[in-house]
Design a protein around this ligand. Structure first.
Ligand code: G6P
Length: 609
């Protein structure tokens, strides 16, 4: 969601804050601002729009000082304008604060504060926090912050600085991620490691309920009773290069093209060819626990939910364990049934999605074992789960998720193999055959990526359409959902994914010569059925783009375009069939002049519910 960065040390804060904000901008990009202690007070600069605009403003009206906080916003309360941009200040202009999350009882608190004489200048929920700190009892800023947070309901990652305590930033976390960057004679705060990694690789991930106090010389982590806490210092495992665009015009294209490597990285060290088995030590499931699994419950949002739907096929097919896949936001507010032997899997690229985290906690409340399939190392879901599978796909910056999806599918396939073999439900020969399929997968991904020039031509032909339908069956039905989601997210074309056979129960009414229909039909047991569904589309004048595979017959009598991915085991096919769909959405969005990496209204990591 929004991004936070803070700095205290010997250097000028503003350039460091701007650099951090630029790296965090993929998290929110409707407004940005900084507050810097300038000796006598706290000075803010903020405005609606991108971080570049803030950089211009700061070059015209610099703020000097070596301690400051900054923010890039994704609006929740109040429109994205100059006034509502963070940082927010108290009545006296002495306290400045940046916040991620939502203060759920902001209206009640605001009414009370206004009655007590506080003047509000913004429509945000965040501003109440500045006024609460202004009123709170305490000598130090941390004492005041702890007291101020007592009546606050909701979530926050926040950083505060106060004129009366030069050279100090105080941080609090509940529900929204915050980490500290530990430097030599300087310290950082950020909502995401990418903001600080130009300066340090040592980070401290805060836990919910933590308060942290940073100065140039050191940091302390406290609980709500101001008792000092021990927190481990972790190393960031990837480097700055992973955050650079390189030769690509957009992060989304870079991340699509990286998939040969990212799939390889998800598999690295996890295949045991001789045993026909997978090594998933991080799962922390004993053989006994594996045997006792009666049901798998997958919770996730967005693209990760689509990966979960693919995973259901893979897990049921390979391990024979029944699988339920739930939208995390729906699961958490339903009655959660206590089903003995449940293994809950939270799938999340960021590891911070609020609904997925709460669904994980709810599933744990039913007595389930809980594991994460997560990309961001050290993220909240990764830390709260009993174990899991890291994707090792590297940072994903493009707001529309691509490489995380293929790695999530690969991780779930690995889990299927692991559980099947561990529970004695798969013979060693079948295990070896699957390991061989995994081993050739990265090369097949590379070959699927070679479709790009063809996809670009198709994109040019369809960039002007207003609607699109995506059809698939079986394990490729979720790929149809994902293809449609990619298109609507970044090109703003209305698109629907449907199980191909369901089309005749409704969507067929929409089909005419203006409706492109993307049919996903690789080589598998439902291929002839999907071809029949294509006939139905064709008979109504629909224009078909077929994602098919090598070895399937020629479809030119039915379709306008055929994009052929390599043939593979049908269970693995989503890893390949999704690639032309990612490229199609990308090139259509570019042709329409859309801001691919920062689609309107979206956020990369949704840390509010
Ligand atoms: C947001 C992003 C999506 C992502 C979803 C779940 O909506 O825009 O691309 O799939 O959140 O995110 P997660 O980090 O939990 O996978």
């Amino acid at each position: 969601m929004c991004g936070i960065v803070g700095y205290v040390g010997p250097r000028q804060a503003a350039p460091i804050l701007l650099e951090g904000l630029a790296r965090l901008e993929y998290r929110g990009y409707d407004s940005a601002g900084v507050a810097v202690q300038n000796g006598g007070g706290v000075e803010t600069r903020k405005l609606a729009g991108r971080v570049e605009g803030l950089a211009d403003l700061l070059s015209r009206e610099p703020v000097l000082g070596t301690c400051g906080i900054a923010h890039t916003r994704w609006a929740t309360h109040g429109p994205p304008n100059d006034v509502n941009a963070h940082p927010h200040i108290d009545c006296g202009g002495e306290i400045a604060l940046v916040h991620n999350g939502i203060v759920e009882n902001a209206d009640v608190l605001r009414t009370r504060l206004e009655r007590d004489g506080h003047r509000f200048t913004t429509e945000t929920d965040t501003e109440v926090l500045a006024h609460l700190i202004e009123d709170a009892e305490g000598v130090t800023l941390e004492e005041r912050l702890i007291a101020a947070l007592v009546p606050v309901e909701g979530t926050y990652g926040l950083a505060v600085t106060w004129k009366a305590e030069p050279g100090k930033i105080v941080v609090a976390r509940r529900g929204s991620p915050v980490l500290l960057g530990v430097g030599d004679g300087e310290h950082f705060v950020a909502s995401d490691a990418s903001a600080v990694m130009g300066h340090t690789r040592s980070v401290v991930y805060l836990k919910d309920g933590d308060i942290a106090v940073l100065t140039a010389d050191g940091y302390r982590v406290l609980d709500r009773d101001a008792v000092e806490q021990e927190r481990a210092v972790d190393d960031i495992e990837w480097d700055l290069e992973a955050l650079a665009l390189g030769p690509y015009p957009h992060f989304m294209l870079k991340e699509i093209c990286e998939q040969t490597e990212t799939v390889r990285n998800t598999l690295r060290g996890r295949l045991l060819p001789a045993e026909g088995f997978a090594r998933l030590n991080g799962l922390n499931l004993s053989p006994g626990q594996c045997m006792r699994i009666q049901r798998i419950l997958i919770v996730a949002c967005g693209t990760s939910w689509h990966a979960g739907l693919v995973g259901r096929h893979a897990l049921e097919e390979l391990s024979g364990i029944p699988v339920d896949v739930e939208y995390a936001s729906e699961y958490r507010y339903r009655r959660q049934l206590r089903i003995p032997g449940t293994l809950a899997i939270a799938i999340s690229q960021s590891g911070e999605t609020a609904d997925t985290l709460e669904a994980l906690r709810a599933a744990r409340g039913t007595g389930a074992n809980v594991v994460g399939v997560v990309n961001v190392v050290g993220s909240t879901i990764a830390r709260e789960a009993d174990g899991g599978i890291y994707l090792h796909a590297g940072p994903e910056i493009g707001v529309a998720s691509t490489k995380a999806f293929t790695s999530q599918v690969v991780a779930l396939l690995l889990l299927g193999l692991y559980l099947a073999r561990q529970r004695g439900q798969m013979a060693v020969d079948e295990g070896r055959r699957l390991v061989a399929e995994f081993e050739r997968l990265p090369d097949l991904v590379a070959r699927a990526l070679q479709l790009e020039p063809q996809v670009k031509e198709v994109a040019a032909a369809y960039a002007g359409v207003g609607n699109a339908l995506y059809l698939g069956r079986g394990v490729n039905y979720p790929v149809a959902l994902e293809g449609a989601l990619k298109l609507k997210e970044i090109s703003y074309i209305h698109a629907e994914g449907y199980p191909a056979a369901e089309m005749k129960h409704g969507p067929i009414a929409l089909i005419d010569e203006n409706m492109p229909v993307v049919c996903i039909a690789p080589q598998d047991h439902v291929y002839p059925k999907v071809v029949s569904n294509m006939q139905e589309v064709r008979a109504r004048g629909g224009r078909i783009i077929a994602i098919t595979s090598e070895g399937n017959g020629d479809l030119s009598h039915l379709v306008e375009h055929q994009l052929r991915v390599p043939a593979c085991d049908p269970l693995f096919s989503p890893v390949l069939t999704v690639i032309p769909l990612q490229l199609l959405a990308y090139h259509i969005a570019v042709a329409r002049g859309c801001d691919v990496d920062r689609p309107r209204n979206l956020a990369k990591s949704v840390t509010v519910e």
